[in-house]
Design a protein around this ligand. Structure first.
Ligand code: PBG
Length: 333
């Protein structure tokens, strides 16, 4: 132990060198958690437009036209990425989100094209209504403006079926309607899709960090809020309850969203459920790092890697991140 004389008192130095930290090789040898390109799922936005457009609030992320998907995805696959999650910007919205179940809707077309080009790629689709409804809520509303559970769940089943029919491996319901996993599981099993999975956004907090996504997906709420169906930021036990319900209903993977402000939740969920846990590093988390880096206030590469490592260390088996390509490049270097 190293001791220093400080005003006549012996104190222990805080800079005690560790034999195990002496060299890069040693630090690698004893590192407890490390990132792999296999951890990442890349989110991709797809539109009917014919030119790619950068998303202002998410620099480096784009709305892709259908015919550019193959090229950008090939780039990710080359880096070693195995999976993507798709978000669609539909042509039209209405009160009930009719386009969610359209076999020629934006997601359905995208999935068919991508499946044709990449038979092995894991394709996940977001199953929700907020991009498709004029009011921006995550379900069909009753005449009092409250989510109508029955009609929303029936439509969700049809949406999920049209996604797997197009070739999706996993449907990821994010509408937080009670029973969503059970209804989707039933619909898949009854229609010959028992080997297709469900990634449940069971643990979705009412977060402000979805802001840039909502601009990107044009899904801002017209009125009201989503507090009544998303988890309150202060709650842990509620998250565990939601996760357990969805596992019992047949979810294959449980998602925690957002990631960085909820690392404790990722750990708790990991300890609590036996299925894989995925964490979604959401648009606001991405935007923060990007914005600070643009000002040279943070080192972009180091901060994105540190955030992702923290999310993994917290217990995430899978990380959905807009940094999937960037992080993979750094890992492969
Ligand atoms: C719902 C959905 C959202 C996100 C993923 N799926 C938006 C929301 O819950 O309001 C957020 C993702 C992000 O912020 O990156 N369709």
């Amino acid at each position: 132990m190293i001791f220093q004389q400080l005003k006549g008192i012996e104190v222990m130095s805080l800079q005690k060198p560790s034999r195990l930290r002496r060299t890069v090789g040693l630090r690698k040898l004893v590192r407890e958690t490390s990132l792999s390109v296999n951890d990442f799922i890349r989110p991709i936005f797809v539109t009917h437009r014919n030119k790619r457009q950068e998303i202002k609030s998410m620099p480096g992320q784009f709305h892709f036209p259908l015919d550019e998907l193959e090229k950008t995805i090939a780039g990710s696959i080359k880096l070693g990425i195995n999976g993507i999650i798709l978000f669609g910007i539909p042509k039209s919205k209405d009160e009930t989100g009719t386009d969610t179940t359209n076999d020629n809707g934006i997601i359905q077309q995208a999935v068919r094209n991508i499946r044709g080009a990449f038979p092995e790629l894991i394709i996940i689709t977001d199953a929700c209504f907020c991009q498709y409804t004029t009011h921006g809520h995550c379900g069909i509303l009753d005449k009092n403006g409250i989510i109508d559970r029955k009609s929303s769940l029936t439509q969700l089943q049809r949406q999920a079926l049209s996604h797997v029919n197009a070739g999706a491996d996993f449907v990821a319901p994010s509408c937080m309607i009670d029973g969503m996993v059970k209804y989707i599981r039933e619909a898949l099993d009854n229609n010959g899709f028992d080997m297709r999975g469900i990634i449940s956004y069971a643990v979705k907090y009412a977060s402000t960090f979805y802001g840039p996504f909502r601009n990107a997906a044009n899904s801002a709420l017209q009125q009201g809020d989503r507090q009544s169906y998303q988890i309150d930021t202060g709650n842990v036990r509620e998250a565990l309850k939601e996760a357990q319900i969805d596992v019992d209903e047949g979810a294959d993977i449980i998602m925690v969203k957002p990631a960085l402000p909820y690392l404790d939740i990722i750990r708790e969920v990991k300890n609590h459920v036996s299925c894989p846990v995925s964490a979604y590093q959401v648009s606001g988390e991405y935007a923060m790092i990007k914005a600070a880096a643009q000002h040279n206030w943070l080192d972009e590469n180091e901060s994105l890697m540190e955030s992702l490592l923290g999310i993994k260390r917290a217990g995430a088996d899978i990380i959905i991140t807009y940094f999937a390509d960037a992080a993979s490049k750094l890992i492969n270097k």
